[in-house]
Design a protein around this ligand. Structure first.
Ligand SMILES: [Fe+2]
Length: 192
């Protein structure tokens, strides 16, 4: 669907684009966008359609909601079935996440080795966990990278979340904690 099909989504896209252009510093950008995501969650029923709730037993599903023509902004709805988790990853981008349904869990990993931009000799330690119920908003920035695992434990219900990124999110960095490495991978999504 096009963003214009829902006034609430169209307004969010227009305002998010304007604010992100005004705030080139990622930490300022997510400060400006987090309140917009809070409002967008309340309006999710006006623009999320059945295709945005697609899920798969094979893993969490990324459903495209909006992709800016200049690739400066993208919005996905992600559907997490019980027991589905991301790998340990970072995005190389800022991001703002809002939970529409269920309880989403984000487990942090902390880089102990200096961040030299290298993809080897990376030492990570487990950090804390954040529980995000419906209505919650979280955000992250790169440099230093926000390294995390997101998902839903097997004993909880389905979660659905909205993810806004500062670029088309077609790839991200995944970490092999034991091998102390990271690599860039392409990630698939369902078209709108
Ligand atoms: Fe993430």
């Amino acid at each position: 669907m096009s963003a214009a099909a829902s006034p609430a989504l169209a307004a969010f896209i227009a305002e998010a684009s304007a604010r992100s252009r005004r705030q080139p510093e990622p930490a300022d950008c997510v400060l400006a966008l987090a309140p917009l995501m809070l409002e967008l969650i309340a309006e999710a029923g006006t623009f999320l359609e059945p295709q945005h709730f697609r899920s798969s037993e094979a893993g969490y599903s990324r459903n495209l909601v909006f992709d800016a023509p200049d690739a400066s902004l993208s919005l996905y709805s992600i559907v997490w079935l019980p027991g589905q988790w991301t790998p340990v990853h970072d995005h190389g981008s800022w991001g703002v996440v809002g939970v529409v349904e269920g309880l989403l869990e984000e487990r942090s990993w902390v880089r102990l080795s200096p961040d030299r931009g290298a993809d080897v000799d990376i030492d990570l330690a487990r950090g804390g966990t954040i529980l995000l119920p419906r209505g919650a908003v979280t955000s992250f920035v790169p440099n230093p990278d926000h390294i995390h695992v997101t998902g839903v434990p097997a004993d909880r219900g389905r979660a659905v979340s909205l993810h806004l990124y500062g670029r088309t999110m077609s790839d991200f960095n995944i970490y092999d904690v034991g091998a102390r490495t990271r690599r860039r991978i392409r990630v698939a999504h369902n078209e709108s």
